[in-house]
Design a protein around this ligand. Structure first.
Ligand code: ATP
Ligand code: MG
Length: 690
């Protein structure tokens, strides 16, 4: 650095600096493992980004830095932050900030490594990847094939079967234990589930498909192989992981396999923010980290919070302070403020929506952009009333963590066309595509897929297949499409044009709202053209699907101002000037589904803590008095009288400004919906179940 003013590290506090400077200058093999364990907003992610920059500055090769985050968005942000630091240093010398080719999620990096090395562990490198939906479908197919559906009526649903399987794989626990601890009502089916999972694994292998869990599982397999593990480990001098509290046993095993001595491994996290145990993540990873490797880890803790005002911190600390078990941490900040977090009691969800809209507009009037504000909720469905109100008032928003683009049936159709062309052995994609052809039903599709599986050349099998006469010309068109998609001369993204041209007429036949769906298909085509090949496009869209849905076709323009709606889970690691948390009531946080054991309850407490610690200046917790919940099928949906979340005990009320809101506070909110909004609302309702 030329001088102190331009020193991008000058802003770091001593503890952050210690983490950034840890073993800098040592040979990569001599860099000891490093753990940064610290509370929310203490600059963990910031420190990680600075360390990446510091490493590169001191000569580390950016191509040999592996940066693991929990979403692509987080990876991009981190790369950007590290890039900014480097720019400031190297900008002085007229240099360019280097890219980090190995920044991504565990799953996407796993997919890349497998594409390269799958052959070494006996897999075929041309595998396709199943998303959760595909995996459930395959589980359903296998279940049907081995006859569990007909004979055993009470057998768990395919989604539950997949959840059990996934949990067992990710936790590395025996099935019996997983059943006993997490799915006790399925314990009686242990033997059948074993058979089912065996058949499911066989089916994946026969069809050359991998599911999400396989990406970690086989990476861990590769890492555990002494020779291959060492080789993969040797590709990287530094391995850095953010949000380590939400990793599972397999992910820890991957790190240990690649770097048994822990050299160059740095992880950061906060045990108080662990919120993914329902997916097999375990906070033990972060607690065990110091002694896991051949060399003991160096530990850095950060105590100064740079994000939130003192009153927000006090309230958040009170909530998490009541936790049964945690690594005690105290956070402090010098951001004084007289604005207390608000706890607002409101009659019902409709009033909640109006009240939140009013506050958002008030904030905007004081100059706070919509983008600096977020509304967080426990479950994606909880924002429905608010979304209507936002549309009614023309407040643009983007929603994260809700219904995924990929889950819409028409998007699945188009992707299945590409997947089937890529890997004709994949029966889930094949089954879906073939039945789009008029006159072809499940039985015919199965026969064709059997023929493809037995044939040496899939195209020949398709061409020679005796399709039912009633599918005539439609069948011929499909054969032409398949031939074109399999032709060696095809250059991406021509594939996507072929697939959509073939699909659009079917779309019109299948759906009355074909026009709206066609717009989605076009958006998919635009997205596809940004990728280098069919293979990478399919892998990336499956691993990191666009997660935002917005109130119009296509994502909002980058420079446009819009509000963020997000599930609490998807808000991890982020921050906003103002945060609203909806439905802070028992039955919601903690959720109804988790009122069973105390571990679940504790996870819900951490969830509220995560939500509260996203706020920088304004925090509003809203407590609707009447709350709409979906009860078990036999009781129907109904309103219940709700109570303030148990996580805010009477003793904690002193940290909040309490207010009670009885009626709608503006005439604005009573305005009838304009037609355009009504159309949108109907549209959404129609899409909601897809
Ligand atoms: P979380 O636990 O929520 O992931 P975190 O510990 O990763 O939080 P960051 O997101 O890195 O925290 O930082 C929180 C905020 O504090 C950011 O706005 C960041 O820019 C700011 N910050 C971090 N360190 C410093 C510092 N030394 N000086 C000024 N601001 C800082
Ligand atoms: Mg962070």
């Amino acid at each position: 650095p030329a001088d102190a003013v331009d020193d991008p590290f000058a802003s770091l506090n001593p503890a952050q600096r210690a983490a950034v400077e840890h073993d800098i200058g040592a040979a990569p093999a001599d860099v000891r493992p490093l753990l940064v364990i610290a509370g929310a907003g203490s600059g963990k992610t910031n420190t990680l980004a600075h360390r990446v920059a510091r490493l590169i500055m001191s000569g580390a090769d950016p191509q040999r830095i592996l940066l693991l985050t929990f979403s692509r968005r987080a990876a991009n942000e981190m790369t950007q932050r590290a890039g900014n630091v480097l720019q400031r240093i190297m900008g002085l010398r007229g240099g360019q900030a280097p890219a980090l080719p190995w920044a991504g999620t565990f799953h996407s990096i796993g997919a890349r490594l497998l594409r390269e090395y799958a052959g070494r562990i006996g897999l075929d490198e041309s595998f396709t990847i199943h998303d959760r939906g595909d995996s459930e479908d395959l589980m359903g197919m296998v279940r049907h094939e081995i006859g569990l559906t007909q004979t055993q009526k009470r057998f768990p649903l395919k989604g539950t079967c997949l959840a059990i399987y996934s949990r067992a794989v990710n936790s590395r626990d025996p099935l019996a234990l997983v059943l006993q601890s997490t799915f006790p009502w399925c314990s009686e089916w242990e033997a059948e589930l074993k058979t089912l999972f065996g058949a499911y694994v066989d089916a994946k292998q026969e069809q050359n498909v991998l599911d999400y869990d396989d990406l970690l599982l086989f990476w861990a397999e590769m890492a555990a192989d002494p020779e291959l593990g060492a080789h993969i480990g040797s590709l990287f001098d530094h391995v850095l992981v953010d949000e380590y509290q939400d990793t599972n046993r397999l992910q820890a095993a991957i790190l240990m396999g690649m770097k048994p001595g822990g050299e160059g491994v740095m992880v950061v996290g906060d045990d108080a923010q662990s919120i993914y145990s329902f997916r097999g993540a375990t906070v033990r990873n972060i607690l065990d980290f110091p002694k896991q490797f051949a060399r003991e880890a160096h530990i850095v803790t950060l105590e100064r919070n740079y994000r939130s005002t003192q009153p927000i911190l006090d309230a958040s600390n009170a909530v998490i302070g009541a936790a049964l078990e945690r690594h005690a941490k105290t956070l402090w900040t010098d951001k004084v403020s007289t604005v207390l977090p608000q706890l607002v009691l409101i009659p019902d969800e409709a009033e909640q929506a109006r009240w939140v809209c009013n506050r958002i507009l008030e904030h905007r009037e004081t100059g706070m952009a919509l983008k600096a504000q977020a509304v967080l909720f426990r479950a994606a469905s909880h924002s429905a009333a608010l979304e209507l109100e936002l549309m009614r008032r023309n407040i643009p928003f983007v929603k994260f963590g809700g219904l995924k683009f990929l889950e819409a049936s028409h998007i699945k159709d188009v992707l299945a066309v590409l997947r089937f062309a890529q890997n004709p052995s994949g029966r889930v994609a094949g089954f879906r595509v073939l039945q789009l052809v008029p006159g072809i039903g499940a039985a015919t599709a199965t026969r064709l897929l059997d023929a493809v599986a037995e044939a040496a050349e899939p195209l020949r099998a398709v061409e020679q297949f005796a399709a039912p006469a009633r599918s005539g010309g439609d069948w011929q068109q499909f054969v032409d499409l398949f031939r074109a998609l399999r032709s060696p001369g095809l250059r991406w993204p021509a594939d996507i044009a072929l697939a959509t041209n073939w699909y659009l007429p079917h779309l019109e036949r299948l759906h009355d709202d074909a026009q709206v769906r066609a717009a989605d298909v076009e958006q998919l085509a635009r997205l596809a053209s940004g990728h280098g090949s069919r293979e990478t496009f399919l892998a990336e869209i499956t691993l990191d699907p666009p997660e935002a849905t917005s109130d119009r076709a296509g994502p909002p323009l980058l420079d446009e101002d819009y509000l963020i709606l997000s599930t609490i889970h998807s808000s991890k690691g982020q921050e906003w000037k103002s945060v609203h948390v909806l439905n802070v009531v028992d039955g919601c946080i903690p959720s109804d589904m988790s009122t069973g054991n105390s571990d679940d309850i504790e996870e819900e407490r951490r969830l509220l803590y995560v939500a509260m610690t996203r706020a920088r200046e304004h925090l509003h917790l809203v407590v609707p008095n009447r709350f709409f919940i979906k009860q078990q099928a036999q009781m129907g949906d109904r309103h219940v009288y709700a109570a303030r979340s148990r996580f805010i005990s009477p003793a904690m009320l002193k940290h909040f400004e309490e207010s009670v809101w009885m009626t709608a506070d503006t005439a604005q909110s009573r305005k009838p919906m304009p037609d355009s909004v009504r159309m949108l609302v109907r549209e959404r309702a129609r899409n909601a179940w897809k």
